[in-house]
Write a protein that binds this ligand. Structure first.
Ligand code: HEM
Length: 155
């Protein structure tokens, strides 16, 4: 599943590379560039996640609809983790990212007030936590997808 690999890969890069760098160097000019990287990664996720979910649902209904084996349960858990990660992205990460982008532009245009600085920090925190949780959930998905075929033999 190429789209699944693209999705999980982008989520890992966001959580492991972009978010920690933003926290450390966001203030000293790197914020704008890291924001551009995060936006590109966000576009990749917005394309690859729906493709993965649609193809996964099709494969699931065609091949595993009545799969009650241990492997089937591992597969279901992995799919559920991916769906949770997608919901988190739509409900938390995407709105926070968009708001950050708008605020970043406004802060450059005018001197940032302490109020908008506080709002920026809260949004950064929300984006960072949701990126980490989504990456952890997708880690569960990747492990489940890679191992479900062997689960019945092992358990
Ligand atoms: C990060 C996201 C995902 C990745 C990286 C991923 C990766 C994979 C890989 C590598 C396989 C092949 C495993 C094998 O043949 O041993 C697979 C199979 C499968 N995936 Fe995913 N997957 C993802 C998300 C999903 C989602 C969201 C669903 C369902 C909603 C799903 C449903 C399935 C099903 C049903 C199969 C089994 C197909 C078969 O029996 O041949 N996947 N996945």
């Amino acid at each position: 599943m190429v789209s699944g690999v693209a999705w999980a890969g982008a989520a890992f890069v966001l959580a492991i590379v972009v978010v920690p760098l933003l926290a450390r160097h966001g203030g000293d000019g790197a914020g704008r560039w890291l924001g551009l990287v995060a936006r590109r990664a966000g576009v990749l996720v917005a394309v690859s996640a729906p493709l993965t979910i649609l193809s996964g649902i099709y494969l699931f209904s065609a091949l595993h609809a009545h799969d009650d084996s241990a492997g089937g349960s591992v597969l279901k858990a992995g799919a559920a983790a991916a769906l949770l990660a997608a919901a988190l992205g739509v409900l938390v990460s995407r709105p926070a990212g968009r708001k950050l982008q708008q605020l970043g532009q406004a802060a450059q245009a005018a001197a940032a007030t302490s109020d908008s600085a506080r709002q920026l920090a809260a949004l950064r925190m929300r984006a960072a936590v949701s990126a980490r949780v989504a990456a952890a959930l997708l880690g569960v998905t990747v492990l489940a997808m890679g191992t479900f075929r062997y689960a019945s033999a092992l358990i």
